[in-house]
Design a protein. Structure first.
Length: 314
């Protein structure tokens, strides 16, 4: 086992700490190291880009690009990687619910690979043995020593060697890092429908940067809509074309019966229970496969600008 993802994220984290004032984030210790990107700290766009890179274990490029929504100029968050499975599924995917008696957060980052407790890691045959680790928590609560003790037990890494970057969805940084998940949601959907994700040699995703919401519930709605109805992903894959033609229609968000409704409506209809929502909904609006072996191109899904305009208040 290696520690590649955790090592890369750790190197980036040291850079973030050195530039904390410029990034408008706060750094403190409470059992382990906490980087507050938006709970009490102001954060910002630069902080959001760094937070997204930490989620991806600095194994992908993240940037803000110009774009439009139905003719209106609108910033887009672009992510691309030549190590998409490791960056997105083994690090960025928020597959770890950190649930203690008085604390809850969605956990992502290479700390997941250090723990290796999700079935995903068994199927991908991936785990890391690290002396230090980095995690990203989507929550409005700053973690205390009890959270670090819990994570130390799960990872086997001393609490003082654990670094946690924290931001709520309703912050500038937290909002951006969620929208930076267009490629990740696509790869996870591929994984779930039975496509061999190891065939994906490179990937690029773009989604409109949703307006920062006034509260986390509204933020969850807008950030999900950005990907479900505005996300575009291009995958560079190897192998045959028949399997792409067969599974491709199942990949975009339009494969779900819930498609077409703003995410907040879907969430309310499910009793605010993510696990009651059709899992086929969680993927970008449009997916393009470029087969680097055969030269064939396959396109599935389409952008839904009307839902984006309603969600974003345009």
């Amino acid at each position: 086992m290696s520690d590649l993802l955790n090592h890369r994220a750790g190197t980036l984290a040291r850079h973030v700490i050195e530039n904390a004032e410029q990034l408008r984030i706060d750094v403190y210790s409470d059992g382990g190291t906490v980087l507050d990107f938006g709970v009490k700290a102001a954060g910002g766009l630069s902080a959001g880009l760094m937070l997204a890179r930490l989620c991806l274990a600095d194994s992908a490029d993240v940037s803000i690009q110009p774009g439009t929504i139905d003719g209106v100029g609108w910033p887009q968050v672009q992510v691309y990687s030549d190590s998409p499975v490791e960056a997105c599924l083994c690090s960025q995917y928020a597959g770890w619910q950190i649930a203690l008696e008085k604390y809850f957060a969605m956990g992502s980052g290479p700390i997941r690979a250090a723990a290796g407790i999700e079935e995903l890691f068994t199927k991908l045959d991936y785990q890391e043995q690290a002396a230090r680790t980095v995690g990203v928590l989507e929550t409005g609560q700053l973690p205390g020593s009890d959270v670090f003790e819990y994570l130390a037990e799960k990872t086997g890494i001393a609490a003082e060697q654990i670094l946690l970057a924290v931001a709520p969805t309703s912050s500038q940084a937290g909002n951006l890092q969620v929208v930076a998940r267009s490629l990740e949601t696509c790869l996870h959907k591929l994984f779930e429908v039975g496509f061999d994700v190891r065939r994906v040699v490179s990937g690029l995703g773009v989604a409109p940067l949703s307006p920062v919401a006034g509260d986390d519930l509204a933020g969850i709605g807008r950030t999900n809509d950005a990907i479900l109805y505005g996300g575009r992903v291009t995958l560079y894959v190897t192998g045959d074309d028949d399997s792409i033609a067969e599974l491709g229609p199942k990949v975009p968000s339009s494969a779900s019966e819930c498609f077409g409704q703003p995410f907040l409506q879907v969430f309310e209809d499910a009793g605010r229970d993510f696990y009651k929502i059709d899992p086929h909904l969680f993927s970008p609006a449009e997916v393009v496969f470029q087969n680097v072996d055969t030269g064939r191109v396959h396109q599935f899904g389409a952008i839904q600008s009307d839902v984006l305009r309603a969600s974003f208040g345009l």
